[in-house]
Design a protein around this ligand. Structure first.
Ligand code: H79
Length: 472
């Protein structure tokens, strides 16, 4: 793949640069593989590109308010903000009775939004399980609602052709054996029991819901887990043995030295990098991310994953801003999961429904620049982003310039022979303005929304081998 400018001089902020092979440290729990996974399941994960995240748990009931005080922090962390003891927090289970919950409605909404997969919080930090786990009483089974929410969702999404991914927090605020750090022998014993409990829950999830395609681990930053890197490697192996093809995020893993995501030799652990939470790599400076698979996730307000009753506390992104983030991720070879925090009654808030609808409308028209697309390797321009699928290079235009000309710099050996607006089929004027530079004219009428231009490109006879794969 062509990477204009190469990767030289790019700072490695999220990981250490890989060492030359002869200088690498021997690791027992480091990366299992070098480079991207290329099997069919991984390709499917990657080609899906657009996903939804669903954060649903007891925290939806108080919605950010405890004893009359509204906490502006993330609603799913309310137990921590308000320092609520577990016993008291778990009493919320008596109020878990989402009368409007209809898994098929959720799945239809996801299909209409154009998402190809949904990541569901099976258990967040609070420890409440959306499935009837036999290893704890903190589950849906012991609520007035009783039913297996997770099972209903898996079935409903799969029936709509949508892949299901499981979010799972290792950190569990309600388990008596959980420890954030290990200071005594007693802690050590308790924590080993906790890891066994976690293994059991994961095996249970894998066997009850065998169509699950991915595990996304969270709550893995505590010292207790970092000091037990062996366990994180074991979990990934265990899940892959139980579910051939399953994908696992980098956030699970810690190596022999407690180094997370990337091991002490700078190699990615897990199948894809998962550190871009509520942020994205810089499209010019962070091109290093195109070397591995990655998935970002985003919230609509600044930082609310679970349902919070007051969204006036921070800026809420509009649908175009959501679309731009999706395209931004894909243009750098990443996936994007857009978050939903359903209400305690099982319905979605208005803002989320409107966003899903608007994104879905856009995806229906322009989705070909997202699904199955990847980093194009062309120089970023201020009007928007490029994505690429095989021989098609897409321009996704968010900021049309006043000049009415969209500048395109092509890699050496590439010629543009045409430009067509996706959806409308309108041909746009292409003018060669300099060596390896073109202007693509704006459509006659203002599309009034971000729009997509598919470029017809050819390799010129003089194209060097170096760039031969620019279009493959
Ligand atoms: O589920 C959503 C969030 O609740 C969860 N991940 C997304 C997908 C999440 N929230 N915060 N974090 C992940 C990052 C954790 C930040 C921490 Fe800390 C900083 C953990 C330890 C240091 C500050 C101090 C928060 C807890 C202690």
């Amino acid at each position: 793949m062509v990477c204009l400018g190469g990767f030289s001089g790019l700072s490695a902020q999220t990981h250490s640069k890989p060492l030359p092979a002869e200088q690498e440290i021997q690791l027992s729990y480091g990366a299992d593989r070098l480079g991207k996974r290329q099997d069919a399941a991984m390709k499917r994960f990657r080609d899906n590109r657009l996903g939804a995240f669903v954060h649903w748990g007891l925290y939806a009931i108080p919605g950010g308010e405890w004893n009359g005080k509204v906490y502006p922090g993330a609603a799913e962390w309310l137990k921590a903000w308000a320092d609520v003891p577990s016993g008291e927090w778990l009493k919320l289970m008596d109020r878990w009775n989402p009368q409007k919950f209809d898994a098929r409605k959720w799945a239809r909404m996801a299909r209409e939004m154009g998402v190809k997969y949904v990541k569901i919080t099976t258990k967040h930090h609070e420890g409440f399980c959306l499935w009837p786990s036999k290893y704890t009483k903190n589950t849906v089974e012991y609520t007035p609602y009783k039913k297996d929410i997770l099972g209903e969702l898996v079935k409903a999404y799969n029936d709509e052709g949508i892949d299901v991914h499981f979010y799972f927090s290792v950190m569990d605020w309600s388990h008596p054996d959980y420890r954030s750090s290990i200071k005594t022998e007693e802690d050590e014993k308790a924590f080993m029991r906790f890891l066994e409990f976690t293994d059991n829950q994961l095996k249970e999830l894998a066997s009850r819901y065998p169509t699950v395609k991915d595990f996304w681990f969270d709550g893995t930053w505590d010292a207790s887990i970092k000091e037990n890197g062996w366990w994180t490697a074991h979990v990934e192996k265990m899940l892959k043995e139980l579910l051939p093809g399953v994908t696992v995020n980098s956030r699970l893993r810690a190596d022999d030295f407690g180094k997370r995501h990337f091991d002490s030799n700078g190699h990615l652990m897990g199948d894809y990098e998962s550190g871009y939470e509520r942020r994205l790599p810089d499209p010019v400076k962070d091109l290093k991310v195109t070397r591995w698979d990655w998935e970002a996730c985003m919230t609509l307000p600044e930082n609310q994953w679970g349902y919070h009753k007051d969204w006036s506390l921070s800026y809420v992104k509009n649908p175009v801003e959501v679309i731009e983030r999706i395209v931004h991720a894909v243009s750098m070879g990443g996936n994007m999961a857009v978050n939903f925090g359903p209400q305690p009654d099982g319905d979605f808030r208005r803002e989320e429904k409107l966003m899903a609808e608007a994104v879905g409308k856009w995806m229906k028209k322009y989705g070909e620049c997202v699904y199955g697309c990847d980093y194009a390797g062309w120089k970023k321009q201020s009007w928007g982003y490029y994505t690429r699928k095989g021989r098609s290079v897409y321009m996704v235009v968010f900021n049309p310039p006043y000049s009415g000309n969209l500048t395109v710099n092509v890699p050496q050996g590439i010629k543009i022979t045409g430009a067509v607006m996706t959806g409308k089929g309108e041909n746009l004027k292409v003018t060669e303005t300099a060596r390896n530079e073109y202007n693509v004219g704006m459509p006659v009428s203002d599309p009034g929304e971000p729009f997509v231009v598919r470029l017809q490109v050819e390799e010129t006879s003089g194209s060097s081998d170096k760039y031969r794969d620019a279009l493959t």
